[in-house]
Write a protein that binds this ligand. Structure first.
Ligand code: FE2
Ligand code: FE2
Length: 272
C-alpha cells in the first residue's frame, strides 16, 4: 500500500496549504491512505467539526489529535460521532476519554490500523504509551488483522520517539513522530521493516516559532514575562509529511521518504 502521514496542521495557513496540495499529492503518489494530525488546526488550538469536514473533503482518511485534542470543547462530542477522528490512545482508564485512540479502517486497498500515542516525557503525561501500543498491536497484528499499521508518536523527546520506533519495529508499517512541528532528516526503514521518522514536521508557515507568529514567543523567551496568547503565523505554509510504500505480502515498509511542498522549506516530493 501507499501511505502518507502529515504532521500537525497549524491554523488557517496550514489548513489552506494542506487542502491545496493534498489532492495533487494523492494523485501523484497514488496514495491509498492518508493520515494527518490536526491538533492545532483551529486557530492553533484543537479542532472543530467544520474544519475537520474540510480536511476529510480534501482527502484525509483519518485525522489525529495530540495534547491539544480538547482545546475546542466541541471535539469531545464530535469525536464520538466521527470514527475518522482519533485522540491519543493512552488515556488513563478512569478518564473515560471520549472517542477512540486506535481504529481499523477499511480502505479500498486494504485494512489500515491507525494508532495515536501521547509521549510521557516533557509533557502532561497520560498512561504509558509503550504498554498501550503493545496491547493494540497484540489485538490487531500487522499481516493478520491489518494490512498496514500507522503509529503516530505524539511526543516532545526525540529519544522517546526513537525508542517507540524500535519498540514497534517489525510490527508496524510506519512509526512517525509529531508534536515538535519540525521535520527531521532521519527517514529510514528500521532493521525489522518499519518505516520511521522522528518528526513528520508540520503543515505551517515556517517564518514562525513552530507555526506560531514569531514575535510573542521570541519576546517571551527573551524577557520571561507573560504576554498575549500565541496566534498561528499567516504566511504561505509548507506541507510536511512522510510517504511510505509497503510490501503487500507483509505490510512492512519497502521505502520511506519525506514530503515537503510549498512555503519556505526546501521542497521534496518523492518520485512515484
Ligand atoms: Fe502540534
Ligand atoms: Fe502536540
Amino acid at each position: 500500500m501507499r501511505l502518507a502521514f502529515f504532521g500537525d496542521i497549524v491554523g488557517r495557513a496550514g489548513r489552506d496549504a494542506f487542502i491545496t496540495h493534498l489532492p495533487g499529492l494523492r494523485r501523484k503518489l497514488e496514495l491509498d491512505f492518508v493520515v494527518a494530525d490536526a491538533e492545532n488546526v483551529a486557530g492553533g488550538f484543537g479542532i472543530t467539526e467544520k474544519i475537520a469536514a474540510d480536511l476529510f473533503d480534501a482527502g484525509a482518511d483519518c485525522v489525529t489529535l495530540g495534547n491539544h485534542a480538547w482545546d475546542q470543547r466541541e471535539a469531545m462530542t464530535y469525536i464520538e460521532r466521527e470514527p475518522r477522528l482519533l485522540r491519543p490512545l493512552n488515556y488513563p482508564r478512569l478518564s473515560r476519554a471520549p472517542g477512540k485512540g486506535a481504529w481499523l479502517y477499511d480502505a479500498a486497498a486494504g485494512r489500515v490500523l491507525v494508532i495515536c500515542l501521547l509521549g510521557h516525557r516533557g509533557m502532561d503525561a497520560l498512561d504509558d504509551p509503550f504498554s498501550a501500543v503493545d496491547q493494540a498491536l497484540e489485538d490487531c497484528p500487522l499481516g493478520v488483522g491489518a494490512d498496514a499499521v500507522i503509529i503516530e508518536m505524539h511526543a516532545e523527546y526525540t529519544s522517546e520517539k526513537m525508542a517507540m520506533g524500535h519498540f514497534c519495529d517489525g510490527r508496524a508499517s510506519l512509526v512517525v513522530g509529531a508534536h515538535t512541528h519540525i521535520p527531521t532528516a532521519d527517514a529510514q526503514v528500521l532493521p525489522g521493516g518499519t518505516a520511521y521518522q522522528t518528526d513528520a514536521g508540520a503543515c505551517a508557515d515556517y517564518d514562525s516559532v513552530i507555526g506560531m507568529m514569531k514575535e510573542e514567543p521570541v519576546r517571551r523567551f527573551a524577557t520571561r514575562l507573560p504576554g498575549e496568547r500565541n496566534k498561528p503565523a499567516e504566511g504561505p505554509a509548507t506541507v510536511c509529511g512522510v510517504f511510505v510504500e509497503t510490501d503487500p505480502k507483509t505490510g512492512l515498509a519497502l521505502r520511506v521518504e519525506p514530503i515537503r511542498i510549498g512555503g519556505r522549506l526546501m521542497g521534496h516530493v518523492p518520485e512515484r
